[in-house]
Ligand binder design. Structure first.
Ligand code: GBH
Length: 439
């Protein structure tokens, strides 16, 4: 193939999150997060692993900045650890915590790399969990206070509020496989409403404090398809689309919950009682950019079960279907026109390791990324307003309940030494960025 060009100014990036890469969980006054507590319970995480060492990024950030510059990244998406800024979730900021992100942002500026910061990537201060966590409406107000602290302290133009509210709701509160480890549908959807409220309050705060900056949610969206051509499967896919996508998109973009989904939720718990007058006006604060995280589609059969029709990556849940990214971006173009889209995560795990020559050959990842970039390119040609793309992840890191076994990085991390080795995919990505095209 020759020369599939991306638009001028297209932003190429890579993403990480604080708990997954920083390590240093007890340093410089950081408070405990729900993940420190969750990971310490035997059985919750593969091999009992925790966010220490992560990728050792807290101490190696300068080396990582050089790595980003070597790869030619235009943008680096990272998250700020709330427990570093407010160790118990409220009150005066911890300057040492802020200083770490000040140094990081300054280092990005020196290298001409744009920062994109996520306010919340799942590491809630544990003291707020003791007060009810996201089930407590007050957590949304605490979040807006924390957000205002970092908005004032850090020179960052692009912000993301909540990383994947759906994952917090489902993995954290329905299935209990993530912190805080709750398995209760009724409680999950109360938490969902408060996560959305927190998104809205933080967006309002940024708009008041920094009118030139931009903010939006980072949603993991799942194009949902009927697995066969029956009315039952089509109906099941529509229901599932409500839970996967519309439950988050509609309140944020349209200021209302989807009727069918809300009815289903109301049969399971008291969500309606928690939706107060004015909440949806807050939640639908205008969105300046939408972070789109795409990994996998969801095909459902007539019984409403997810079925897998395509090959999987090295994760049970990740059915590889690049076409889904195209379909998703085109759908967003139609359903929510005008909003700039930024792909904030896309990638796959593998059991990478260096060969005898020290090189890490991850051809499957190159194929995966290339196929997704092709699908995205087609969506852009069809009018989807995609500004940029971030591969998940810059570095191998702590894959939550899977521990360190699933490597998503384009850069290999040797955990015993924390040495970094750019994988073949990183070298390939560097060329894509340099050329602005797929060859
Ligand atoms: C994203 O989640 C996250 O933002 C990021 O932190 C993470 O590292 C990355 O993707 C890769 O996973 O145990 O079968 O119930 C993606 C959505 C939701 C996928 C939770 C895995 C658990 C599946 N993830 N899900 S299961």
């Amino acid at each position: 193939m020759d020369g599939l060009r991306f638009p001028d100014g297209f932003v190429w990036g890579a993403a990480t999150s604080a708990y997954q890469v920083e390590g240093a969980t007890t340093e410089d006054g950081r408070g405990e997060s729900v993940w420190d507590i969750f990971a310490a319970v035997p059985g919750n995480v593969e091999n009992g692993e925790s966010g220490d060492p992560g990728a050792g990024h807290y101490h190696r950030y300068a080396e990582d900045l050089d790595l980003m510059a070597d790869l030619g990244l235009h943008s680096y998406r990272f998250s700020i650890a709330w427990p570093r800024i407010q160790p118990s979730g409220s009150g005066a900021p911890n300057q040492k915590g802020l200083d770490f992100y000040r140094r990081l942002v300054a280092g990005l500026a020196e290298r001409g790399i744009r920062p994109m910061a996520t306010l919340f990537h799942w590491d809630l201060p544990q003291d707020l969990q003791y007060l009810g966590g996201w089930e407590n409406r007050d957590t949304a107000a605490r979040f807006a206070d924390y957000a205002s602290i970092v908005f004032e302290a850090l020179e960052i133009g692009d912000w993301l509020t909540i990383n994947e509210p759906k994952t917090v709701v489902e993995s954290g509160y329905r299935f209990g496989v993530h912190a805080p480890g709750i398995k209760d549908d009724a409680r999950a959807y109360v938490a969902c409403h408060h996560l959305l409220l927190a998104h809205g309050l933080a967006s309002q705060a940024l708009h008041a404090l920094r009118p030139d900056a931009r903010i939006g949610p980072a949603l993991n969206l799942h194009p949902t398809y009927p697995a066969d051509d029956t009315p039952e499967a089509r109906e099941a896919a529509r229901h599932r689309d409500g839970l996967e996508n519309r439950l988050y998109l509609d309140p944020i973009f349209k200021g209302r919950y989807p009727e069918d989904t809300l009815r289903w939720l109301a049969e399971r718990g008291p969500i309606k009682e928690h939706i107060l007058d004015g909440d949806l006006a807050i939640i639908s604060e205008p969105v300046d950019l939408l972070g789109v995280q795409y990994y996998t589609p969801v095909f459902v059969n007539g019984a409403g079960e997810r079925v897998f029709l395509h090959p999987k990556a090295q994760a049970e849940w990740l059915e590889i279907y690049p076409e889904g990214l195209h379909d998703l971006l085109v759908r967003l173009r139609d359903d929510h026109p005008g909003v700039p889209l930024v792909v904030t995560e896309n990638g796959m795990p593998a059991l990478d390791r260096p060969g005898p020559d020290g090189r890490v050959r991850d051809d499957d990842r190159i194929t995966f990324l290339r196929d997704h970039l092709l699908a995205m390119h087609r969506a852009i040609e069809e009018g989807a307003r995609v500004e940029g793309y971030h591969v998940w992840s810059l570095l191998d890191n702590y894959e939550w309940a899977e521990g360190y076994g699933q490597r998503f990085g384009i850069v290999y991390v040797d955990y015993p030494t924390l040495r970094r080795i750019p994988k073949d995919s990183a070298l390939w990505y560097r060329d894509v960025i340099k050329n602005g095209e797929l060859r």
